[in-house]
Design a protein. Structure first.
Length: 682
């Protein structure tokens, strides 16, 4: 084994120690329980299936969307980013293939306005603000929830109150059948582009109140797939029309995650260690029929986090969160037609949060939260200033819960101070971001709710925005967003009959983004800087509906539909040629649909994604126009019991009609591709 490959597997020294401790616990308890429970395997045990029809909490004061449990497993999705495509109001940037970078933004406000939390602790990237969600597998994820505005809870870290929207990723918590002290799960997938993915999960009950889990995954793929490249000149004649194979899209990645879960009187605690290591090719954009193959990237990411929550009496609840993260990224560009690059970036983050809620009255509560975050970035670039940032967050929130009315209000004060070498450090930035949410239930059944909210949010410029050599601008102001939303939600459930569950929610919103940070040419070719030039007005509608039916005994049919309309206009300068034009890559119309049919042990799932016409540059002219695209994915699975375990095999066909499309211009996506998955639970 090479030294480079050995480094990928070993990771950070702290990771080694904690993982060895978790592994020792697992091996010891597993050996003991295999001996003690040997008699349980003498016969097949059967647990009757329980179908939970209602998954929505329609009493939330803030609109949300959720994908959970089996619904996630049935989608033809490999990563968290793939699953988020089925949420309304979300735009996904996908640069193609298994290893392609995948980022999301909410309601056209940009990726940096979206907070992403992993088991209650925010994921961060102070370097560029981009969280590559392709690095997070779905194999150990139990639920993904999207909130517009902020989470419907006032017991949360102070920084969570500052985002325009939030995604909460919750991994599986160990659950054990009576008399059983461990769970095992193995999952293997083989598919097009030489994809091979293998994951394993080991859950162990260490005591009556403490359990552990260890999850690991290996992914490898060549990234090669067929695509069609067709471009026309401005007069409509064909410039290029070629069918080729995508190159340099290979990936090798390993992920490991260890958890300790503990229950205490009126509370719980959780410790997590996460490490991800990958090497991937970056195929680059296809321009003028030229295939670039010179870029590669290595990622070595590790974090350790802990969470503690406890109620004291009937009125007071506290929560404490701590995290340390270390990210190492190396980017290499050997393309002889471009500037040669070989840079390494090292990020560190230290985070601490304490949240406290006091119940003033049974229906009225208030919270006070404080967060501290320290970020540092090192790089081997010329004239790098080695920035480090101190961020302090203080939030005050209150919630009123009456039978017919729910109100939540909050205000967040954020103070940010940067320190740099070789230059004067910028002044401290202080921002106040208030928010207020209402949800009214006009009928006693609470089936219908009407909601509205107003919120101000902001995002600090990233280290790249401020300090990137020959590009950054240390005088940038924070980018702010004002959000206004009005919507309704309706739920109905039937105990028997053809229809069993119906859900509908719709929201109309208006967002205004000010001091938008944009790259702007500063007079010399290939020399750009970052400026606060942008102002964007966004009007939109999100609609989500779900219907569950039982046409016959043993047959369950579920349909889910999402639709988004967005009018996102650049209103920065009336003198610009693109004034009041739709901003790049935002379609006016987009949506998705999921149809699932279950019959005894068979499961058929069809999913559809649509993105309407859009433009890839600021000017909405014919040359920048991008046609609508859609994809259809189909999967069929069968589940059975064997050797005291649950076995499941799934066949899938993605991009069923083999459509040629780009999510990002000149980054062609795969045509029709296939996969087969074997999933075993013991």
């Amino acid at each position: 084994m090479s030294n480079a490959r050995r480094y990928r597997l070993m990771g950070h020294p702290l990771t080694q120690r904690v993982f060895m401790l978790l592994l020792t616990f697992h091996i010891s308890f597993f050996a003991f329980n295999c001996f003690a429970q040997r008699s349980r395997f003498d016969s097949i045990q059967h647990v009757d299936e329980v179908v939970v029809m209602s998954r929505y909490n329609h009493k939330e004061v803030i609109p949300s969307q959720t994908l959970a449990g089996e619904q996630l497993e049935k989608l033809s999705s490999n990563s968290v980013a793939d699953a988020l495509r089925y949420f309304s109001g979300i735009q996904l940037k996908d640069y193609g293939g298994v290893g392609g970078i995948k980022t999301v933004n909410i309601r056209s406000m940009g990726t940096n306005h979206l907070g992403i939390s992993y088991d209650g602790v925010e994921l961060g990237n102070a370097q560029n603000g981009q969280i590559d969600l392709g690095q997070f597998s779905l194999d150990n994820v139990e639920e993904i929830t999207l909130f517009n505005g902020q989470k419907s809870a006032i017991l949360q870290p102070a920084s969570d109150f500052g985002h325009a929207g939030a995604i909460y990723i919750r991994t599986r918590a160990p659950r054990f059948e009576p008399g059983k002290n461990y769970n095992l799960r193995f999952k293997a997938k083989y598919g097009s582009s030489d994809l091979f993915r293998f994951s394993a999960l080991w859950e162990q009950k260490l005591s009556h109140k403490v359990s552990s889990s260890l999850s690991a995954e290996v992914l490898t793929a060549s990234g090669k797939y067929k695509f069609r490249y067709k471009r026309k000149k401005q007069d409509g004649t064909v410039a290029y029309d070629t069918t080729a194979t995508r190159q340099n899209g290979d990936i090798w990645a390993v992920r490991a995650e260890g958890n300790l879960h503990g229950m205490i009187s009126d509370g719980f605690w959780k410790l997590k260690v996460y490490t991800y290591h990958s090497e991937r090719g970056i195929p680059g954009a296809i321009v003028n029929n030229v295939w670039r193959r010179g870029e590669r990237q290595w990622d070595h990411n590790t974090f350790v986090q802990g969470r503690f929550q406890k109620s004291i009496g009937d009125k007071f609840t506290m929560q404490a969160v701590a995290k340390y993260a270390y990210y190492n990224t190396r980017y290499v560009n050997r393309d002889t037609t471009q500037m040669q690059v070989d840079n390494t970036y090292k990020q560190q983050e230290l985070y601490f949060s304490t949240s406290n809620v006091y119940n003033i009255l049974p229906m009225w509560s208030a919270s006070l939260s404080y967060d501290f975050r320290w970020n540092k970035l090192d790089a081997d670039m010329r004239q790098f200033v080695y920035p480090h940032r101190f961020s302090n967050y203080v939030s005050l929130a209150t919630a009123l819960n009456l039978d017919w009315l729910k109100v939540q209000g909050s205000v967040l004060m954020t103070t940010v101070k940067d320190h740099v070498k070789y230059a004067a450090s910028p002044d401290s930035k202080v921002e106040y971001t208030p928010a207020v949410f209402f949800n009214v239930y006009p009928f006693a059944s609470h089936a219908l709710s009407v909601r509205m909210y107003a919120k101000k949010s902001f995002r600090m410029p990233t280290f790249n925005d401020l300090y990137y050599t020959d590009l950054g601008n240390a005088l940038l102001e924070p980018e702010t967003a004002l959000q206004y939303n009005v919507g309704l939600s309706y739920d109905h459930q039937w105990d028997r009959g053809f229809f069993r569950f119906f859900h509908l929610q719709a929201d109309a919103y208006y967002n205004s983004v000010h001091d938008k940070i944009v790259a702007y040419p500063k007079g010399q070719q290939f020399r750009w800087t970052m400026l606060n030039l942008g102002k964007v007005h966004i009007k939109g509608i999100d609609v989500e509906t779900e219907l569950t039916m039982v046409p016959a005994r043993g047959l369950l049919v579920t349909g889910r539909l999402q639709y988004t309309y967005q009018d996102a206009r650049d209103v920065t300068n009336p003198q610009d040629a693109f004034y009041k034009h739709q901003i790049p890559y935002i379609p006016w119309h987009s949506g998705s649909a999921i149809l699932n049919v279950q019959y005894h042990n068979w499961d058929l799932n069809y999913s559809f994604i649509y993105a309407g016409e859009r433009y890839n540059q600021q000017e909405n002219i014919k040359y920048n126009y991008m046609q609508p695209w859609y994809t259809s994915d189909l999967s069929l699975s069968y589940q059975w019991s064997m050797v005291n375990g649950q076995w499941r095999v799934m066949l899938e066909v993605n991009n069923l009609f083999s459509q040629d499309y780009d999510v990002i211009l000149n980054y062609p996506m795969p045509k029709r591709n296939y996969g087969i998955t074997l999933d075993v639970k013991i």
